[in-house]
Design a protein around this ligand. Structure first.
Ligand SMILES: [Ca+2]
Length: 387
């Protein structure tokens, strides 16, 4: 496995060398024995003239090697319903320091990296990302796989590439994202998320995976790794709140309605579900006294809930009842809509007769609804304690 890593690094070196020395002539050169990636002997006329002189003129291969012990730029993302509240630390692994992800609740880890602060304005030069990923189970090897997800551009569009460790002899393996190619925008809170999506460990009796990440490379178009400023702590995009349950009331007997979706801003609807009387899956009978609908979302503005009616005799003349959330957490990633607010806006408590369609819509900026849950409100408790 060490040889594999070495070969990969050598290949990168050779590619960089052939690009700079031969002006872009590609060749599938066999890894020459101990080919020292000759520090450019001739003054190569570099096409990009304004790259930093001096400090990083030598070919870099790794942006983050964890040898400085810093990991504040990475956090565990716990908002998705299947997210594991994993623990992160830095340990000796495979001959050097690496980031360790220890499973806590048997769910799937999502680790977010603040690539915006790590790279600053040079984030826009990133054409691909690579990292070394290893897995450990109790009593043997089990396969794992996942995704490298990036939120790119001004609108934090989500794009992803898959990674896997299917065989013991390729553990560790490389996780690579090439779809990020030039799509990061500086200052737009773009982030990178490492996610595990499958873990064969539990079904093979080996428990949950412990994962290791090392040697993260943010590569530019020349194949050079950009310097990462590991001193900055993770801040992330507005609404990237994870388990921030501030301001929210408790909810008991909560169920996930299974609704999710995205809207592109401009008062669009991320979730639109017809009522069961219209062959849809939304049952208006669940809107009972004291119910609270809790919406988990990502957006720069707080979403609204809409109840629509086109049944004759409906109380609201407009046909739409727009409901603002009664409670929103500090990081604006979770909103709660109370029964009272629904009745107020809809004009009647007779939802079963009149609700034809249920929506969660944006209020002018792009919205992703991650989950919609309903349960009975416990105003005297906080959401974190009741769940
Ligand atoms: Ca290391």
């Amino acid at each position: 496995m060490k040889t594999k890593r070495l070969t990969a690094l050598l290949l990168v070196g050779i590619l960089v060398f052939s690009l700079t020395a031969c002006g872009g002539v590609e060749e599938t050169a066999a890894p020459a024995p101990e080919a020292t990636p000759a520090p450019t002997t001739q003054p190569t006329p570099e096409p990009d003239s304004d790259s930093d002189s001096g400090s990083d003129s030598e070919t870099r291969k790794v942006s983050i090697d964890f040898e400085d012990g810093r990991m504040g730029f990475a956090v565990v993302y716990t908002m998705p319903p299947n997210a594991d509240p994993s623990e992160l630390d830095i340990v000796e692994w495979n001959g050097s320091k690496a980031l360790r992800i220890t499973n806590v609740a048997g769910q799937l880890p999502y680790i977010a990296f603040d690539i915006n602060r790590l790279l600053g304005s040079r984030i826009e030069e990133v054409t691909s990302i690579e990292m070394t990923v290893g897995v450990e189970h109790q009593g043997g090897f089990s396969a794992v796989s996942g995704k490298l997800i990036s939120w790119v551009g001004e609108d934090l569009e989500e794009i992803s590439d898959t990674w896997s460790i299917f065989l013991q002899r390729v553990n560790p393996n490389k996780a690579v994202s090439t779809s990020v190619d030039g799509r990061f925008v500086a200052g737009a809170d773009n982030i990178l998320i490492f996610q595990m999506t499958t873990d064969n460990g539990p079904s093979e009796g080996r428990g949950h995976a412990t994962l290791y990440i090392d040697d993260i490379s943010f590569l530019d178009s020349d194949g050079n790794a950009l310097i990462a400023a590991t001193i900055f702590d993770f801040i992330g995009p507005y609404g990237f709140g994870g388990a921030d349950y501030s301001n929210l009331i408790g909810v008991t007997d909560e169920v996930d309605l299974g609704f999710s979706g995205k809207s592109g801003g401009g008062w669009g609807q991320a979730v639109a579900v017809e009522a069961i009387q219209n062959e849809g899956t939304f049952d208006p009978a669940i809107l009972t006294p004291d119910c609270v609908i809790t919406v988990f979302f990502t957006s720069r503005t707080v979403p609204e809930m809409i109840l629509q009616s086109w049944t004759s005799g409906a109380p609201m003349s407009a046909g739409w009842a727009k409901i603002d959330p009664t409670y929103v957490n500090d990081s604006a990633s979770i909103a709660q809509f109370t029964y009272e607010a629904m009745v107020d806006a809809f004009g009647t408590a007779d939802f079963t007769s009149f609700v034809d369609k249920f929506y969660v819509g944006d209020t002018g900026t792009e919205l992703e609804v991650i989950a919609v849950k309903i349960g009975t409100g416990l105003p005297d408790q906080s959401y974190g304690d009741s769940n």
